[in-house]
Write a protein of this length. Sequence first.
Length: 251
Amino acid sequence: MTARRAGEGVLIPTAFVVVVVTILVGLGTWQRERLAWKEGLIAALEERLAAAPVPLPPPAAWAGLAAPDEYRRVAAEVTFLNDKEALVYTSGSSLRRDISGPGYWVFTPARLAQGGIVMVNRGFVPEARRAAATRPEGQVEGTVAITGALRWPDPVGVFTPAPNPSSNQWFSRDPAGIAAAKGVADAAPFYIEQETPEPPGGWPKPGRLYPHLPNNHFGYMLTWYGLAAALLAVYGAFLAGRWRARRQVAL
């Protein structure tokens, strides 16, 4: 067996191994970066959601709110516009351990004592409590002191169903879109995820947010790196076999 023929025999396997190992290492590195991002996100959520509530910023400051303000706990005095509530479908929550879907988030515009309108996610209702008439005690009148967390609108994906205002049903938490459909002007660009108080009758069901986001990136990282190492081991065994075959031919 000539050196040229031996080289031709390993050229294609070598090219294959280089390409695949590069891809596997790249995937492992991406998961390592995702791990650092997820750990940072969880730490930030834990810090913000553990802090004491602060007064909700006035409308003049809303334009200056940014990503680091999301999940800040706030307190406000509001008057709910109960006749304008909307239902946002949910199959469960990664931040509410006490909720299991399917069901709905009850979004209600609320007039602030300091001026302005903010959408409030008052909490969860199951399908059987979808109609406001099934929970009349929860249609609270007058000024209510609430605490909750600032939240930004949901990103709308390609597969997110379009809202159906005629049936009062939405599929993403979109405070601006809901406010517009309800004829509410100048609503805040965010919403408040209500924690307290629980309304009479218990519905809708508000609750404290807790970060228990899935974090499997370390396992994925090990999987991709492990596959790269296994492929290199197989390739090494292949080369060793070729080398032994060449020695036998030479003898």
